[in-house]
Design a protein around this ligand. Structure first.
Ligand code: ADP
Ligand code: GLC
Length: 476
């Protein structure tokens, strides 16, 4: 049985700020169903310590970056997946968001995530066979980019294969080169052929340089990140390694995102009982203070509100959406300017626009179940999960043709797709949605059913990851 260590900084429901948390929760159980022995390694944030109550100390990792010895606890994580938790209270036991403190990013984020990566490399090392040791170390995003680097730099012959998965290349984890020693990186690794990235230590760059294989979360994004526009400075490295790079689309965890069994909904429903969506829509309108207009198309946003996600375009297109008789509910947090923009829109169009500026998992489910259209106008989108949840819940996704959105939404069949990151193009797509809504309810339903009938389960993606693991480690 192939042994795989997943190292990541998020895992739903223990800690989640976005799709990374969903993926790290759902992919390991899917891989275990394929026969892999997957374990997780997570930082000991308060919510992780609380969420793994049976965690017991098993190992001490000496001299972690950031000082001191970390304790590795071992217990049972979500869905019964075995989990190691790196306990280092001075690094992780802080309230709130895992990356950001009151004044912005935590200043010691390099130490915090170097320590996580160091513990992953340590767990992957030998100690005479007493410990469980992975055949594959699978690292996710910049927070764990140093893990493949530490393993490669250790020079050990007998090391596991390493995979670096990019969930978002825009977040790279840059640190001051003065931290090289603190982060246990040898001076000679500070090189283009190493961890150096435009004068900084690049955590993601390091992972991409040293890992045996690279994956990202959709085939289209795998192509985009090899280009000047999409590579964020890493396109040279990535196109040079294109034979080691592949894109595997994310999936939907049907244990959590299934409208038939979703305990957050006013009325569960399925493909055979789509009419029950009306009750969810009515409940959602009431909950968010929108006018009780079941006949009007209800557009929705559930997202981090950032410019990369293109929500400035939606603010610009909003008068048109209202003009076409639409209503809008927004659930999101992020850039203060965008948060304010949606608050102002709610004040300008009371009963027509609702701005829920918060993170609320339960409401996100009710929105997917009650909204007619879910908008994601991203400038860049590695995969995107929101549109997959929309498909599963019978809301038609309205997205830009970019990254994983282009791979997952079929224009005119399961959703609405527009090309350019411009308010005009977005207006065009909103117009097409409104036209269909007002003129052809039967066709609307055909598209809902087409989306709901698609299979975006994790088992497909898990099979692709399994093939990659086997290729990298053919002896198991
Ligand atoms: P990203 O990881 O870039 O944020 P994804 O589409 O992959 O984008 O995943 C976003 C995840 O975060 C989804 O599970 C979505 O439902 C959730 N999410 C985003 N914002 C909120 C919010 N304000 N409240 C609840 N869930 C949210
Ligand atoms: C990132 C991306 C998102 C992707 C998620 C999970 O946060 O922004 O597109 O779905 O990771 O892979």
């Amino acid at each position: 049985m192939i042994r795989v260590l997943f190292v990541a900084s998020e895992c739903y429901p223990l800690v989640k700020t976005g799709g990374l948390g969903d993926v790290v929760a759902a992919l390991p159980p899917a891989l275990r169903r394929c026969g892999a022995d997957v374990r997780l390694l997570l930082p000991g944030y308060p919510s992780v310590l609380d969420g793994v109550p049976d965690a017991r100390p098993v190992w001490t990792v000496p001299d972690i970056p950031g000082g001191g010895a970390g304790i590795l606890l071992f217990g049972t994580g979500p869905d019964g997946v075995p989990v190691y938790v790196l306990q280092a209270p001075w690094l992780y036991e802080r309230p709130g968001n895992p990356y950001v403190g009151p004044g912005g990013d935590w200043a010691d984020n390099p130490q915090r995530f170097a320590a996580l990566s160091w513990a992953a490399a340590w767990l992957s090392g030998t100690d005479g066979g007493r410990r469980w040791r992975p055949d594959i170390l699978h690292a996710h995003d910049w927070q764990t980019g140093l893990a493949p680097a530490y393993l490669a730099l250790s020079g050990r012959a007998n090391r596991p294969g390493t995979i670096m998965t990019i969930h978002n290349i825009a977040y790279q984890g840059l640190a001051d080169p003065e931290l090289l020693t603190t982060l246990h990186l040898p001076a000679e690794s500070f090189d283009v052929e190493g961890v150096e990235f435009y004068g900084h230590i690049g955590f993601l760059k390091a992972g991409l340089y040293y890992a045996d294989r690279i994956t990202t979360v959709s085939p289209n994004y795998a192509r985009e990140i090899q280009t000047l526009e999409g590579g964020w400075g890493l396109q040279g490295l990535l196109s040079g390694r294109r034979d080691d790079l592949s894109g595997i689309v994310n999936g939907v965890d049907a244990g959590i995102w299934n409208p038939m069994t979703d305990r957050h909904l006013a009325a569960p429903f399925g493909i055979e009982s789509l009419d029950a969506r009306r009750a969810n829509k009515a409940a959602l309108l009431a909950e968010t203070g929108l006018d009780d207009r079941l006949d009007a198309p209800l557009f929705a946003v559930v997202s981090r509100l950032t410019e990369l996600k293109g929500f400035d375009l939606l603010l610009a297109a909003l008068p048109y959406l209202i003009d076409r008789g639409g209503q809008l509910v927004v659930l999101g947090t992020g850039d203060p300017g965008l948060e304010d923009g949606f608050r102002a829109a709610a004040a300008r169009w009371p009963g027509r626009v609702a701005a829920q500026i918060k993170f609320d998992e339960a409401l996100s489910h009710r929105i997917q179940a009650g909204a007619d259209v879910v908008i994601l106008p991203s400038r860049s989108e590695p995969c995107g999960l929101i549109q997959l949840y929309a498909l599963a819940y019978g809301a038609l996704p309205l997205v830009r043709r970019v990254g994983g959105l282009a791979d997952t939404v079929k224009d005119g069949m399961t959703g609405f797709v527009f090309d350019h990151a411009s308010a005009d193009d977005l207006v065009g797509a909103i117009g097409r949605a409104a036209d269909l809504w007002w003129t052809d309810p039967a066709e609307w339903r055909v598209r809902q059913v087409a989306g709901m009938a698609e299979d975006w389960s994790w088992s497909r993606s898990a099979a692709d990851y399994m093939a990659l693991y086997q290729a990298l480690f053919p002896s198991v």
